[in-house]
Design a protein around this ligand. Structure first.
Ligand SMILES: Cc1cc2nc3c(=O)[nH]c(=O)nc-3n(C[C@H](O)[C@H](O)[C@H](O)COP(=O)(O)OP(=O)(O)OC[C@H]3O[C@@H](n4cnc5c(N)ncnc54)[C@H](O)[C@@H]3O)c2cc1C
Length: 384
């Protein structure tokens, strides 16, 4: 037996003994926000146990709250979690976006402060990138940060800020040099949301919910110790964070619950009935099968790309994951709604809400058209 086999057996035994029944299959997952209270006992117990073991962020170094798993061990852990349909204990903008970015670009002090709080599920973050008038052309952003010695004073506005209403901190792109070429005058700062200069206004979306907001800065402050990377070099940091976001690593982890596809197949069996052990509607069965094959191939490709890359998250190629992943999500919800037939169109139906929400998947974290431009230029090397 290799050391990795030993690790698998130990992990399997630990998960069997420690993952409560209520943390398997669909259910709540903490994002660390101090403004959201999770009351489900098993979810809280699971979070406690995973946190203690450093498995809220298994591949981060122990010094920052992780357990320092190697890439191979991390894959084993995900496989074993998936086998028992264990949900991740923690899933947040902290674990998927700002955390990996700070691991690469943060100072030691930033890592010790912010990464450990993320790992312990004590904080949730939001992403202050888009502004009114600066979406795909993000480098045209105008929110300004003025140097005041040991801190910056920030004025301007961000829009479409997901989860700003329950975030404790924001990672934010700000303009710090107004004369430089547009990408070169941007800095990447971290700021607490709970301060007098920050106002959050919810935006209602098509599904009737308010998952995102406009955020206004009126003399808000960010400490100089929370400048990530060099002054005016925030574009480099900000782009890398987007690669972490687009890689869909988070979905690899949350795929542990393994319920998405199971639920589609089970639902199709109920909706169309079963003939000779197969979903009775042949045309639907074929479409579902096609989706399943694409979905599995996609997840395997994601894993392969991560295994092949040295730093954990691949570079510009992550745009492929963004494009394919978002289109697969939409197909999933199209199929789900179709199965429900006219019954789906009941006001407030959760499946309809999900379907509406996933219309946005080809827009957020950079629209798919823009991802295709990135792939053409940066991966295929095609001319502008
Ligand atoms: C649900 C949701 C959550 C979001 N959450 C956040 C968040 O938390 N933080 C944050 O900062 N932002 C967030 N956004 C904003 C998101 O990043 C932007 O919506 C996105 O980058 C597109 O920008 P835009 O909306 O200004 O559209 P525009 O840039 O105005 O684009 C309009 C259309 O033109 C197309 N287009 C633009 N430029 C090109 C080009 N060069 N070539 C081809 N086509 C092009 C686009 O694909 C799109 O179809 C979120 C958006 C959504 C929908």
């Amino acid at each position: 037996m290799t050391a990795l086999d030993d690790f698998r057996l130990e992990t399997r035994a630990w998960l069997a003994a420690n993952c409560p029944a209520g943390a398997r299959g669909p259910g709540p997952v903490s994002n660390g926000s101090t403004k959201i209270r999770i009351t489900d006992r098993d979810t809280l117990l699971w979070l406690d146990r995973m946190r203690e073991r450093g498995w809220t962020v298994p591949n981060w170094p122990k010094a920052y709250g992780g357990s320092g798993l190697t890439k191979e061990q991390y894959v084993v852990l995900l496989e074993e979690m998936r086998a028992i349909k264990a949900r991740p204990a923690l899933s947040s903008f902290g674990t998927s976006m700002i955390g990996p970015t700070l691991l690469e670009f943060g100072t030691e002090a930033q890592k010790l402060t912010h990464l450990t709080r993320i790992a312990r599920a004590e904080v949730e973050w939001c992403q202050g990138y888009s502004e009114p008038g600066s979406g795909s052309d993000l480098a045209s952003l105008r929110t300004r940060a003025d140097d005041q010695g040991d801190h910056f004073i920030i004025n301007g506005s961000k829009i479409w800020t997901s989860g700003a209403h329950h975030a404790d901190w924001m990672f934010c792109l700000v303009r710090t040099d107004h004369n430089a070429e547009k990408q070169k005058g941007i800095s990447f700062v971290l700021l607490p949301m709970n301060q007098p200069g920050v106002t959050v206004k919810p935006i209602r979306i098509l599904s009737g919910e308010s998952t995102f907001n406009q955020v206004f800065f009126d003399n808000a402050t960010a400490s100089k110790t929370d400048l990530v990377g060099r002054l005016n070099d925030g574009w480099t940091v900000g782009k890398r964070l987007l690669q972490h976001e687009r890689s869909g690593m988070e979905s690899l982890v949350s795929g542990g619950a393994g319920t998405e596809s199971d639920s589609l197949v089970n639902e199709a069996r109920k909706s169309f009935g079963v003939a000779e052990g197969r979903i009775a509607d042949a045309a639907f069965r074929e479409r579902l099968l096609k989706y399943e094959i694409h979905n599995r191939a996609f997840r395997l490709s994601q894993r392969r790309a991560v295994q092949e890359s040295d730093g954990g998250t691949p570079g510009a190629v992550t745009s492929i994951f963004k494009v394919v992943g978002s289109e697969l999500q939409q197909t999933h919800h199209d199929l789900q709604l179709e199965m429900r037939g006219p019954l789906a169109y009941v006001p407030g139906d959760p499946d309809v809400k999900q379907w509406l929400f996933h219309r946005a998947a080809t827009i957020y974290s950079g629209s798919n058209e823009v991802q295709r431009n990135i792939l053409a230029k940066r991966v295929l090397g095609l001319p502008d």
